[in-house]
Design a protein around this ligand. Structure first.
Ligand SMILES: [Zn+2]
Length: 299
């Protein structure tokens, strides 16, 4: 599916919303779906025993907004994200998250799919394992490592992301800029001068640009994690408790798949996640459930 202009984008959302009306999952029996026509009252959708939603009236189907994810305000949400896959370490990190029942988001580089015999198979595994795992756009070529030049040409950068969207076969507009921590949600944008032009273009096209609050760094020589599991868990707690995250009580952790190629580093990931799991206030979520997203992301 292409999203090359606002008209196509708008039409595609209408279709998706219709599908969503049929397939929406009920959280508590009742799901409220509001019309995208401003000022129109929300329509109530009654779910049946199978969790399938059905309209409570017989009015012609109208384009509807997606079901809002309801956050528990007494909890703190952690979004584990792995960047640059598929690559060595992708399936290992995936297996650990699965074993520990930790949800995670994978920001994929389209060229890495083509560059591996098992690239598509890995992506299919992640995409099939939704909703525990979500795949997202991290560009086609990762700027080929030349970030300055990439971002100084916002039109070609934008096209690179759109091409990646199609190649990875993504149906959610979740995106992370390569080599730059920027945000563009429904009502908020934070972007440096360099990346602002492309971030604005992506925002206008309905993409949510997602940055991060904390990074588990790696040594560029061997891709091994720098901080210990204990240090990362402490750091995450400290950022959440001192409200030093982009959104209060929501923390996005950036890691890279390739950090977890070796068994000892896999143990480190397992340990860090186990430490976090000990806190009963924490909930692990995927980034399609981050607060304040543009509605175009959820399909
Ligand atoms: Zn990256």
């Amino acid at each position: 599916m292409q999203y090359n202009c606002s008209v196509i984008y708008h039409e595609s959302i209408q279709i998706v919303k219709m599908k969503h009306l049929i397939g929406v999952r009920a959280l508590s029996g009742l799901v409220f779906i509001s019309s995208c026509q401003s000022g129109e009252a929300a329509r109530e959708i009654q779910s049946d025993s199978d969790g399938q939603a059905k309209a409570s009236n017989t009015a012609p189907a109208v384009p509807v907004a997606e079901q809002a994810f309801i956050h528990d305000t007494s909890r703190q949400y952690i979004y584990i994200s792995f960047d640059d896959g598929p690559q060595r370490g992708t399936m290992e990190s995936y297996a650990i998250c699965k074993e520990l029942k930790v949800k995670a988001t994978y920001f994929l580089v389209a060229a890495h799919i083509k560059g591996r015999n098992d690239g598509r198979k890995i992506v299919n595994t992640l995409q099939t394992d939704n909703p525990a795992f979500v795949t997202a756009n991290h560009s086609y070529y990762h700027a080929k490592g030349r970030y300055d030049s990439f971002y100084r040409h916002p039109n070609s950068a934008f096209q690179d992301f759109q091409r990646a969207q199609d190649t990875i076969r993504l149906n959610k507009k979740l995106l992370r800029l390569p080599g730059n921590n920027a945000w563009a949600l429904k009502d908020t944008m934070r972007a440096s001068r360099l990346v602002k032009p492309v971030t604005r273009k992506l925002d206008s096209a309905g993409y949510n640009v997602l940055g991060w609050d904390s990074e588990w760094h790696f040594n560029p020589k061997d891709a091994r994690p720098v901080q210990s599991a204990e240090k990362m868990a402490r750091h995450i707690k400290s950022l959440l408790d001192s409200n030093q995250t982009f959104t209060r009580n929501h923390l996005v952790l950036l890691t890279h798949d390739r950090m977890f190629q070796r068994p000892s580093d896999q143990d480190s990931l397992r340990k860090m996640l186990q430490l976090l799991k000990q806190n009963p206030r924490y909930v692990f979520e995927t980034l399609d459930h981050y607060p304040g997203l543009k509605r175009s992301t959820i399909r």
